[in-house]
Design a protein around this ligand. Sequence first.
Ligand SMILES: [Zn+2]
Length: 485
Amino acid sequence: MKRLLAALGVGVVAIAVVALVRARQFTPRRVPVPPAVAANPLPGAVDRLVAAIRIPSVSPADSAQRDSAAFRAMHAHLVRSFPRVHATMRRDVVGKDALLYTWVGTDSTLPPIVLMGHFDVVPVEPGTETRWTHPPFSGALTDSHVWGRGTLDDKSTVLGVLEASEALLAEGFAPRSTVYLAFGADEEVGGQRGAAVIAAMLRSRGIRPHFVLDEGGAVVAGVAPGVRAPVALVGIAEKGFASLELVVRAEGGHSSMPPRNTAAGVLARAITRVEGNPFPGSIRGAAAQQLDALGREMSFGRRVIFANRWLFDPAIERQLATSPQTDAMLRTTTAVTMLEGSPKDNVLPSQARAVVNFRILPGDSVAGIVDRAHRVIDDLRVEVRLLGVATEPSQISPTNTDAWALLERSIRQVYSDAVVVPYLVLGGTDSRYFRDLTPNVYRFAGFRLEAEDLSRFHGTNERIAIASYLEGIRFLAQLLRNAAG
Ligand SMILES: [Zn+2]
């Protein structure tokens, strides 16, 4: 017994020593960078953004409600605002109002780069208009901010990329590699008539971009406990999307003589089984890379934990699973979103229907979701089928390539206080249509945001700080210089 205790003691000490040594070696990986030579935004940049916000280029759920005149007005605004861009680049209107700009490089042997964005916006949710401090399409300009729908998502990127290009052209900059600017006009309703068409065009021309950059992350402070530096989150993967419809059919009839289980009851049982069997979660892929990069920035005490994930993963996973935001990093999520049964209290439902939305972690698949639903529900009375268009999760873009190094360097040159961290995008972006053109698909909008700004995406009081907008333009100019210069 004594010998056993002694051996156990030695084992514990050995593990502690290993954990401490690993924590000591677990230090920030910040590459030194030369100072930025980014072009400064030209005068009037903020006014040009304001004018773009005032144009209600909304993608409504029902495409019949689409205001084509607003999209034509956006096109005209861009032509007026960026004369050098339009004199230098080829501009194609693609699909439904999307824009593809081609800035031909001087060296045709170099692979091109693709910068993406979208200038359609989501509608303002009816009933919330009065909650806006400034009306959503006013483009109100205060001392510190531009307000309105599209200031974050994603007119700031479209205008910002064009501002950066215009400023570089004003300096006489000519890219060595070709630059494509791909701007969707239907991203908020799936991008089928915008980014999908642009990607197909480039594919048919055999174009293999060095990298593709789309919206996604931002530079945000306070995203992780214990990390003092602002974090530049760069999306290296994004989740897939699938909705399953569950349908139970039965004899209708009067509710005074019901069967033991109505269609609604059978469906309810299926739903509790689906909800009661969440996908297993674990720290892997992009989430593992995110924790690795963040952990290195933490205090020694926390580094002991994050440097020794072989020991602490179960505890970290339990902690992450306590909040929906971080739990979604760990697993394919399950959300029962729609439910219908009988239209009247005394009528048996002849059909009961539910919809469950899944956001699919890289590694899982749409077919796997359907399979698992059948297995978990295990009831032949419940029909299970895919609803609408499903999207497979993306591959994980590498972080050991030239393209990543170039992006990281460009970020650090302009955001010198920031640490660059790869992460998993929980929503979807137009960049999904480009995944077979290059492994290097990154999602980073380039602006500095406050943590509280994140709830303003698609929400109320969307706004961008003027200083952030101008800094973002400098970043985009630096990136163009580094990537194409
Ligand atoms: Zn967007």
